[in-house]
Design a protein around this ligand. Structure first.
Ligand SMILES: Cc1cc2nc3c(=O)[nH]c(=O)nc-3n(C[C@H](O)[C@H](O)[C@H](O)COP(=O)(O)OP(=O)(O)OC[C@H]3O[C@@H](n4cnc5c(N)ncnc54)[C@H](O)[C@@H]3O)c2cc1C
Length: 412
């Protein structure tokens, strides 16, 4: 009989984990309180980021920190209660963002990122989701020559060291490539091997449909009802309590809440982010990150999506989309956004760890329980490779890469 396993959470990470376990012969039940891909994996910028070989460090420039503290700029917003709740993890994140620990984290991160597009590619083909994905890269754009020059030097280093391909574009070349830009900018880096998804939630749904078409069971249920049952685990679903020999927690930003009930205190925190769609009469050809202002514009099926930087607030605090208003004003300097679609701003939360590496592997003190969360700014990118690595660990086969840097036991 096939070994049974529950996967709790049907975002990009959980859905890909379920697919990879299924592929290895497990009898998999994928459980979520909503339909797949309706939370963080829906509202992101849709970028499959082959260029993101270094995890996002805590910015350390004095000017940036002062602006953030004073609530200036669009990059950061904070609630006092959020900072208070996350203070310990944020302090550890700050320390880990020093040059040396960050370089170590980047080693672990870049090894995962290196497989991100290849692993997506296999699932995109199997799920027939080519219509959702553009493979023409995206741009970091720069308003000042100083920032552009520095970024071009970093891009050269990444090309030489890690094979990340990019093309530096000067003012004229950028204007030619993106005629929708209404002002001349200092330049851009065009990341050539990154992909753009025009409906991120739909991609997760296609992957989930593939899982079901291959015989997987997708159930509605509450992960908070997880409990040990015999030598395994069970969870309450709308079809009754479902038991399995093993379970995987892939709850994205909600993982912390659940693992706390199991007695784990990991240095996790969240960075909330918003999006809004605009009618934009002259849409961009490819997504754009306005690096010095900290927001992304990404053409989507629904319109031009504007996504914001980090908000440090409790996961359940009411929305305070002040960054969205600021980013909208900044984006209007660059493109004709048109009108916002008549819908409330979307709010989600990046699931982050203090050492900037995801948590993937066996739960340190619970047999048959596995963790797969904490993919921060790149969980949409990393879902397929994270799912594969976790499934390889569960089935005790040779792993694609050394899983040691991501082991949950590093925090236990
Ligand atoms: C504004 C913004 C822009 C981003 N842009 C990008 C980008 O361009 N590229 C990129 O790679 N990443 C991006 N990210 C990050 C990325 O979206 C996340 O890292 C990723 O979606 C996390 O996936 P996940 O599956 O771990 O979590 P989720 O997608 O949140 O999935 C978790 C699932 O768990 C379920 N769940 C939670 N609690 C329970 C419960 N009690 N019972 C049952 N089910 C439960 C939820 O319903 C949800 O379906 C962005 C994030 C934000 C906020």
């Amino acid at each position: 009989m096939a070994s049974s396993i529950l996967v709790l959470g049907a975002g990009m990470v959980g859905t890909c984990t379920a697919l990879h376990l299924q592929q290895r012969g497990f009898d998999v039940v994928l459980v979520d309180r909503r339909v797949p891909g309706q939370e963080t994996s829906l509202g992101n910028a849709g970028l499959i980021q082959r260029e993101a070989v270094e995890p996002y460090a805590f910015p350390r420039e004095a000017g940036f920190l002062l602006n953030a503290a004073l609530g200036r700029g669009a990059e950061v917003h904070w609630h006092a209660r959020g900072l208070w709740q996350m203070a310990g993890s944020l302090w550890a994140y700050y320390k880990n963002s020093h040059h040396q620990p960050h370089a170590r984290a980047a080693e672990g991160y870049s090894r995962l990122i290196a497989h991100a597009t290849d692993e997506h590619d296999l699932l995109i083909a199997a799920a027939g989701a080519q219509d959702l994905v553009a493979r023409e890269g995206f741009r970091f754009v720069y308003r000042t020559a100083e920032a552009f020059d520095k970024a071009a030097q970093r891009a050269d280093r990444l090309r030489t060291r890690l094979g990340v391909r990019s093309q530096a574009e000067n003012t004229a070349r950028l204007a030619q490539a993106e005629p929708a830009l209404r002002v001349p900018l200092a330049g851009a880096l065009h990341w050539l091997d990154s992909w753009a998804v025009n409906d991120p939630g739909a991609l997760v749904q296609r992957y989930a449909e593939l899982f079901v078409a291959r015989g997987g069971r997708l159930l509605t249920g509450d992960a908070a009802s997880l409990q040990p049952q015999g030598a395994g685990w069970s969870v309450q679903t709308t079809e009754g309590r479902v038991a399995a020999q093993q379970a995987v927690l892939a709850l994205g930003p909600w993982a912390d809440g659940l693992i706390r009930t199991l007695g784990y205190r990991f240095p996790l925190f969240i960075k909330r982010g918003y999006h809004q769609h605009y009618t934009s009469p002259a849409p961009l050809r490819q997504p754009v990150l306005d690096v010095e202002r900290g927001y992304v514009l990404a053409p989507m099926q629904r319109g031009l999506r504007l996504t914001t930087g980090a908000e440090f607030a409790p996961i359940d605090a009411p929305p305070t989309p002040v960054q969205l208003a600021k980013a909208e004003a900044l984006a209007r300097e660059l493109v004709d956004l048109g009108k916002p679609l008549p819908e409330p701003p979307w709010l989600g939360a990046r699931p982050c760890t203090a050492d900037m590496l995801p948590v993937m592997g066996p739960a340190p003190r619970h047999r048959g329980l596995w963790f797969n969360f904490g993919h921060a700014h790149q969980g949409f990118t990393l879902g397929p490779v994270a799912g594969r690595l976790l499934a390889e660990m569960v089935s005790a086969e040779n792993t694609l890469l050394d899983p040691a840097p991501y082991r949950p036991a590093r925090f236990a």
